[in-house]
Design a binder for this molecule. Structure first.
Ligand code: ZN
Length: 329
Protein backbone atom coordinates (compact mmCIF):
# COMPACT_ATOMS: atom_id res chain seq x y z
CA UNK A 1 0.00 0.00 0.00
CA UNK A 2 1.41 3.37 -0.97
CA UNK A 3 1.23 6.38 1.32
CA UNK A 4 1.47 9.96 0.11
CA UNK A 5 3.19 12.57 2.28
CA UNK A 6 1.18 15.53 3.43
CA UNK A 7 1.86 18.26 0.90
CA UNK A 8 1.34 21.99 1.36
CA UNK A 9 1.41 23.48 4.86
CA UNK A 10 -1.60 25.72 5.37
CA UNK A 11 0.25 28.94 6.23
CA UNK A 12 2.18 28.99 2.96
CA UNK A 13 1.29 31.40 0.17
CA UNK A 14 -0.58 29.86 -2.75
CA UNK A 15 1.59 29.13 -5.78
CA UNK A 16 0.62 29.64 -9.39
CA UNK A 17 -1.62 26.99 -10.92
CA UNK A 18 -1.16 28.12 -14.51
CA UNK A 19 0.43 25.62 -16.87
CA UNK A 20 2.71 26.76 -19.67
CA UNK A 21 2.66 25.15 -23.09
CA UNK A 22 5.24 22.43 -23.63
CA UNK A 23 6.22 23.27 -27.21
CA UNK A 24 8.62 20.33 -27.84
CA UNK A 25 5.75 18.00 -26.81
CA UNK A 26 3.30 19.84 -29.10
CA UNK A 27 5.63 19.45 -32.10
CA UNK A 28 6.44 15.84 -31.26
CA UNK A 29 2.78 14.82 -30.93
CA UNK A 30 1.76 16.58 -34.17
CA UNK A 31 4.53 14.81 -36.06
CA UNK A 32 4.01 11.36 -34.60
CA UNK A 33 0.26 11.44 -35.37
CA UNK A 34 0.83 12.52 -38.98
CA UNK A 35 3.70 10.13 -39.64
CA UNK A 36 1.75 7.24 -38.12
CA UNK A 37 -0.98 7.68 -40.74
CA UNK A 38 1.50 6.57 -43.39
CA UNK A 39 2.60 3.79 -41.04
CA UNK A 40 -1.01 2.60 -40.84
CA UNK A 41 -1.26 2.49 -44.65
CA UNK A 42 1.97 0.48 -44.83
CA UNK A 43 0.74 -1.84 -42.04
CA UNK A 44 -2.40 -2.66 -44.02
CA UNK A 45 -0.96 -2.89 -47.54
CA UNK A 46 2.79 -3.28 -47.53
CA UNK A 47 4.55 -4.85 -44.57
CA UNK A 48 5.73 -8.44 -44.47
CA UNK A 49 3.92 -10.87 -42.17
CA UNK A 50 6.93 -11.12 -39.86
CA UNK A 51 7.03 -7.33 -39.45
CA UNK A 52 3.33 -7.42 -38.59
CA UNK A 53 3.90 -10.10 -35.94
CA UNK A 54 6.93 -8.23 -34.62
CA UNK A 55 4.88 -5.01 -34.40
CA UNK A 56 2.08 -6.71 -32.43
CA UNK A 57 4.51 -8.49 -30.11
CA UNK A 58 6.50 -5.34 -29.26
CA UNK A 59 3.30 -3.34 -28.73
CA UNK A 60 1.72 -5.98 -26.46
CA UNK A 61 4.87 -6.47 -24.43
CA UNK A 62 5.26 -2.71 -23.89
CA UNK A 63 1.64 -2.38 -22.72
CA UNK A 64 2.14 -5.34 -20.37
CA UNK A 65 5.19 -3.55 -18.94
CA UNK A 66 3.05 -0.50 -18.29
CA UNK A 67 -0.01 -2.24 -16.79
CA UNK A 68 1.49 -5.07 -14.73
CA UNK A 69 4.83 -3.34 -14.13
CA UNK A 70 4.75 0.45 -13.87
CA UNK A 71 1.12 0.66 -12.76
CA UNK A 72 0.20 -2.35 -10.60
CA UNK A 73 3.62 -3.40 -9.29
CA UNK A 74 5.52 -0.13 -8.90
CA UNK A 75 2.87 2.60 -8.57
CA UNK A 76 0.49 0.67 -6.29
CA UNK A 77 2.39 -2.28 -4.82
CA UNK A 78 -0.43 -4.65 -5.80
CA UNK A 79 1.99 -7.60 -5.59
CA UNK A 80 5.65 -8.36 -5.06
CA UNK A 81 7.83 -9.63 -7.89
CA UNK A 82 11.03 -11.66 -7.97
CA UNK A 83 14.22 -9.98 -9.20
CA UNK A 84 13.99 -11.78 -12.55
CA UNK A 85 10.40 -10.65 -13.09
CA UNK A 86 11.23 -7.07 -12.09
CA UNK A 87 14.12 -6.95 -14.57
CA UNK A 88 11.83 -8.33 -17.29
CA UNK A 89 9.07 -5.83 -16.52
CA UNK A 90 11.59 -2.97 -16.44
CA UNK A 91 12.77 -3.95 -19.94
CA UNK A 92 9.16 -4.27 -21.14
CA UNK A 93 8.32 -0.84 -19.71
CA UNK A 94 11.33 0.65 -21.52
CA UNK A 95 9.67 -0.51 -24.75
CA UNK A 96 6.78 1.87 -24.03
CA UNK A 97 8.97 4.94 -24.50
CA UNK A 98 7.02 7.05 -21.98
CA UNK A 99 9.90 7.89 -19.67
CA UNK A 100 11.39 5.97 -16.78
CA UNK A 101 9.31 3.91 -14.35
CA UNK A 102 10.29 6.32 -11.57
CA UNK A 103 9.04 9.41 -13.43
CA UNK A 104 5.84 7.73 -14.64
CA UNK A 105 5.00 6.45 -11.15
CA UNK A 106 5.61 9.89 -9.63
CA UNK A 107 3.12 11.47 -12.05
CA UNK A 108 0.62 8.65 -11.50
CA UNK A 109 0.83 8.97 -7.72
CA UNK A 110 0.32 12.74 -8.08
CA UNK A 111 -2.82 11.92 -10.10
CA UNK A 112 -4.11 9.56 -7.38
CA UNK A 113 -3.17 11.85 -4.48
CA UNK A 114 -5.06 14.82 -5.95
CA UNK A 115 -7.63 12.86 -7.95
CA UNK A 116 -10.33 14.97 -9.64
CA UNK A 117 -9.07 18.25 -8.20
CA UNK A 118 -7.48 21.22 -9.92
CA UNK A 119 -4.05 19.83 -9.06
CA UNK A 120 -4.72 16.50 -10.79
CA UNK A 121 -2.85 16.65 -14.13
CA UNK A 122 -5.38 14.18 -15.61
CA UNK A 123 -8.53 15.67 -14.08
CA UNK A 124 -11.40 13.78 -15.71
CA UNK A 125 -13.86 16.54 -14.81
CA UNK A 126 -12.32 18.51 -17.69
CA UNK A 127 -13.32 15.81 -20.17
CA UNK A 128 -11.63 12.93 -21.94
CA UNK A 129 -9.72 14.99 -24.51
CA UNK A 130 -8.11 17.04 -21.76
CA UNK A 131 -7.34 14.11 -19.42
CA UNK A 132 -6.02 11.96 -22.22
CA UNK A 133 -4.21 14.35 -24.55
CA UNK A 134 -4.39 18.13 -24.01
CA UNK A 135 -2.77 17.87 -20.60
CA UNK A 136 0.28 16.30 -22.27
CA UNK A 137 0.84 19.53 -24.22
CA UNK A 138 1.42 21.54 -21.07
CA UNK A 139 4.06 21.50 -18.35
CA UNK A 140 2.98 20.99 -14.76
CA UNK A 141 2.08 24.18 -12.90
CA UNK A 142 4.47 25.38 -10.16
CA UNK A 143 1.85 24.17 -7.67
CA UNK A 144 1.74 20.70 -9.25
CA UNK A 145 5.54 20.55 -9.37
CA UNK A 146 5.62 21.29 -5.66
CA UNK A 147 3.03 18.61 -4.92
CA UNK A 148 4.89 16.14 -7.13
CA UNK A 149 8.12 16.64 -5.24
CA UNK A 150 6.23 15.87 -2.00
CA UNK A 151 5.14 12.43 -3.24
CA UNK A 152 6.72 9.62 -1.26
CA UNK A 153 8.91 7.63 -3.65
CA UNK A 154 11.05 5.90 -1.04
CA UNK A 155 9.90 2.41 -2.04
CA UNK A 156 11.11 2.96 -5.61
CA UNK A 157 14.29 4.63 -4.40
CA UNK A 158 15.06 1.36 -2.59
CA UNK A 159 14.47 -0.67 -5.76
CA UNK A 160 17.84 -1.02 -7.49
CA UNK A 161 16.24 -2.09 -10.78
CA UNK A 162 14.03 1.00 -10.97
CA UNK A 163 16.92 3.28 -10.05
CA UNK A 164 19.21 1.63 -12.59
CA UNK A 165 16.62 2.23 -15.30
CA UNK A 166 16.20 5.87 -14.16
CA UNK A 167 19.95 6.49 -14.47
CA UNK A 168 20.45 4.61 -17.74
CA UNK A 169 17.08 5.51 -19.25
CA UNK A 170 18.19 7.32 -22.42
CA UNK A 171 20.80 4.66 -23.19
CA UNK A 172 18.23 1.86 -22.72
CA UNK A 173 15.67 3.85 -24.73
CA UNK A 174 18.09 4.34 -27.64
CA UNK A 175 19.11 0.68 -27.77
CA UNK A 176 15.95 -1.22 -26.71
CA UNK A 177 13.20 1.08 -27.84
CA UNK A 178 14.72 2.45 -31.06
CA UNK A 179 17.79 0.76 -32.55
CA UNK A 180 17.11 -2.95 -32.02
CA UNK A 181 13.41 -2.89 -33.08
CA UNK A 182 14.11 -0.72 -36.15
CA UNK A 183 17.06 -2.86 -37.20
CA UNK A 184 15.35 -6.27 -36.88
CA UNK A 185 13.01 -6.13 -39.94
CA UNK A 186 15.89 -4.95 -42.15
CA UNK A 187 18.47 -7.36 -40.82
CA UNK A 188 16.53 -10.60 -40.31
CA UNK A 189 13.69 -10.73 -42.83
CA UNK A 190 14.55 -8.10 -45.43
CA UNK A 191 11.61 -5.75 -45.05
CA UNK A 192 11.93 -2.16 -46.33
CA UNK A 193 13.33 0.83 -44.46
CA UNK A 194 9.93 2.56 -44.79
CA UNK A 195 8.08 -0.34 -43.15
CA UNK A 196 10.59 -0.47 -40.35
CA UNK A 197 10.63 3.28 -39.63
CA UNK A 198 6.93 4.05 -40.09
CA UNK A 199 5.32 0.86 -38.72
CA UNK A 200 7.77 -0.49 -36.13
CA UNK A 201 8.89 3.07 -35.36
CA UNK A 202 6.19 5.74 -35.47
CA UNK A 203 2.97 3.69 -35.49
CA UNK A 204 4.11 1.41 -32.65
CA UNK A 205 5.14 4.45 -30.62
CA UNK A 206 1.77 6.13 -31.17
CA UNK A 207 -0.27 3.07 -30.10
CA UNK A 208 1.82 2.46 -27.01
CA UNK A 209 1.63 6.16 -26.07
CA UNK A 210 -2.16 6.16 -26.26
CA UNK A 211 -2.42 2.87 -24.34
CA UNK A 212 -0.19 4.33 -21.61
CA UNK A 213 -2.13 7.60 -21.48
CA UNK A 214 -5.37 5.63 -21.10
CA UNK A 215 -4.17 4.32 -17.74
CA UNK A 216 -4.63 7.90 -16.45
CA UNK A 217 -7.69 8.82 -18.54
CA UNK A 218 -9.68 5.54 -18.59
CA UNK A 219 -12.09 6.84 -15.98
CA UNK A 220 -13.36 9.37 -18.58
CA UNK A 221 -14.20 6.48 -20.89
CA UNK A 222 -15.43 3.69 -18.63
CA UNK A 223 -16.25 5.56 -15.42
CA UNK A 224 -19.65 6.78 -14.36
CA UNK A 225 -20.63 10.44 -14.50
CA UNK A 226 -22.06 12.10 -11.38
CA UNK A 227 -25.78 11.33 -11.18
CA UNK A 228 -25.65 8.70 -13.90
CA UNK A 229 -28.53 6.22 -13.50
CA UNK A 230 -26.76 2.97 -14.19
CA UNK A 231 -28.06 0.85 -12.56
CA UNK A 232 -31.27 2.81 -11.93
CA UNK A 233 -31.43 2.60 -8.13
CA UNK A 234 -27.84 3.04 -7.01
CA UNK A 235 -24.31 3.02 -8.31
CA UNK A 236 -23.20 1.25 -5.14
CA UNK A 237 -23.63 -2.10 -6.87
CA UNK A 238 -20.47 -1.32 -8.82
CA UNK A 239 -18.46 -1.34 -5.63
CA UNK A 240 -20.04 -4.63 -4.62
CA UNK A 241 -19.31 -6.33 -7.91
CA UNK A 242 -16.14 -4.33 -8.64
CA UNK A 243 -17.11 -4.34 -12.28
CA UNK A 244 -17.25 -1.70 -15.01
CA UNK A 245 -16.25 0.93 -12.56
CA UNK A 246 -12.76 2.36 -12.72
CA UNK A 247 -13.75 4.54 -9.73
CA UNK A 248 -13.07 1.41 -7.67
CA UNK A 249 -9.39 1.72 -8.59
CA UNK A 250 -9.25 5.15 -6.94
CA UNK A 251 -10.71 3.69 -3.74
CA UNK A 252 -8.59 0.54 -3.70
CA UNK A 253 -5.57 1.22 -5.93
CA UNK A 254 -3.65 -1.79 -4.57
CA UNK A 255 -6.09 -4.42 -5.89
CA UNK A 256 -4.09 -6.39 -8.48
CA UNK A 257 -7.27 -7.33 -10.36
CA UNK A 258 -8.24 -3.77 -11.32
CA UNK A 259 -7.92 -3.56 -15.08
CA UNK A 260 -6.59 -0.37 -16.59
CA UNK A 261 -9.12 -0.47 -19.41
CA UNK A 262 -12.49 -0.71 -17.64
CA UNK A 263 -12.45 -4.35 -16.58
CA UNK A 264 -12.08 -6.11 -13.27
CA UNK A 265 -10.53 -9.56 -12.87
CA UNK A 266 -10.82 -10.57 -16.50
CA UNK A 267 -8.04 -8.84 -18.43
CA UNK A 268 -4.80 -10.22 -19.87
CA UNK A 269 -2.69 -8.34 -17.33
CA UNK A 270 -4.50 -9.96 -14.36
CA UNK A 271 -4.11 -13.36 -16.04
CA UNK A 272 -0.37 -12.81 -16.43
CA UNK A 273 0.00 -11.85 -12.75
CA UNK A 274 -1.86 -15.05 -11.78
CA UNK A 275 0.43 -17.16 -13.94
CA UNK A 276 3.50 -15.50 -12.43
CA UNK A 277 2.06 -16.17 -8.96
CA UNK A 278 1.50 -19.84 -9.83
CA UNK A 279 5.13 -20.02 -11.00
CA UNK A 280 6.31 -18.42 -7.75
CA UNK A 281 7.57 -15.25 -9.49
CA UNK A 282 4.87 -13.00 -8.01
CA UNK A 283 3.81 -13.11 -4.34
CA UNK A 284 1.64 -11.13 -1.89
CA UNK A 285 -1.11 -10.45 -4.42
CA UNK A 286 -3.40 -7.82 -2.89
CA UNK A 287 -7.14 -7.89 -3.42
CA UNK A 288 -10.33 -7.12 -1.54
CA UNK A 289 -13.04 -9.74 -1.32
CA UNK A 290 -16.65 -8.79 -1.95
CA UNK A 291 -17.76 -9.44 1.63
CA UNK A 292 -14.95 -7.13 2.88
CA UNK A 293 -16.29 -4.37 0.64
CA UNK A 294 -19.82 -5.08 1.96
CA UNK A 295 -18.57 -4.79 5.53
CA UNK A 296 -16.79 -1.51 4.71
CA UNK A 297 -19.97 -0.12 3.13
CA UNK A 298 -21.99 -1.08 6.23
CA UNK A 299 -19.34 0.54 8.48
CA UNK A 300 -19.36 3.71 6.37
CA UNK A 301 -23.16 3.94 6.63
CA UNK A 302 -23.12 3.25 10.37
CA UNK A 303 -20.20 5.44 11.43
CA UNK A 304 -20.46 8.17 8.72
CA UNK A 305 -16.75 7.70 8.14
CA UNK A 306 -15.17 8.09 4.71
CA UNK A 307 -15.65 4.94 2.58
CA UNK A 308 -11.96 4.72 1.66
CA UNK A 309 -11.00 4.74 5.36
CA UNK A 310 -13.59 2.04 6.08
CA UNK A 311 -12.26 -0.14 3.23
CA UNK A 312 -8.67 0.26 4.42
CA UNK A 313 -9.74 -0.70 7.97
CA UNK A 314 -11.73 -3.73 6.76
CA UNK A 315 -8.79 -4.90 4.63
CA UNK A 316 -6.56 -5.09 7.70
CA UNK A 317 -8.86 -7.76 9.18
CA UNK A 318 -9.42 -9.58 5.91
CA UNK A 319 -8.00 -13.10 5.68
CA UNK A 320 -7.45 -14.06 2.09
CA UNK A 321 -7.50 -17.81 1.41
CA UNK A 322 -4.19 -19.30 0.33
CA UNK A 323 -3.68 -19.30 -3.41
CA UNK A 324 -6.75 -17.07 -3.78
CA UNK A 325 -5.41 -16.01 -7.17
CA UNK A 326 -6.19 -19.47 -8.55
CA UNK A 327 -9.94 -18.88 -8.31
CA UNK A 328 -11.83 -16.15 -10.11
CA UNK A 329 -14.18 -13.71 -8.38
ZN1 ZN B 1 -3.54 3.84 -10.58
Amino acid sequence: MVEVKEAVPENEEPISRSREANWPAVLFFIHIHLLSLYGLWLLIFEVKLLTLLFFFTLTSVAILGMTTGAHRLWAHGAYKASTGLRVTLMLFQTLAGVGSIYDWVQYHRLHHAHFATEDDPYDYNKGFVYAHFLTRLRKLSPQQEKLKSAIDMSDLENDSIVMFQKKAYWFLYAILFALLPLNAPLEYWDDTVLSSVFVVGFLRYLIVLHASWLIDSAISVWGLRPGEKSPPDSNTVFILTKTFWPHYHYLVPYDYKSGEYGTYDCGCSSAFIRVWAALGLATNLQTVETHTIQKALADAARTQKDLKTCIDEAVVNQKLPEEHYLKRG
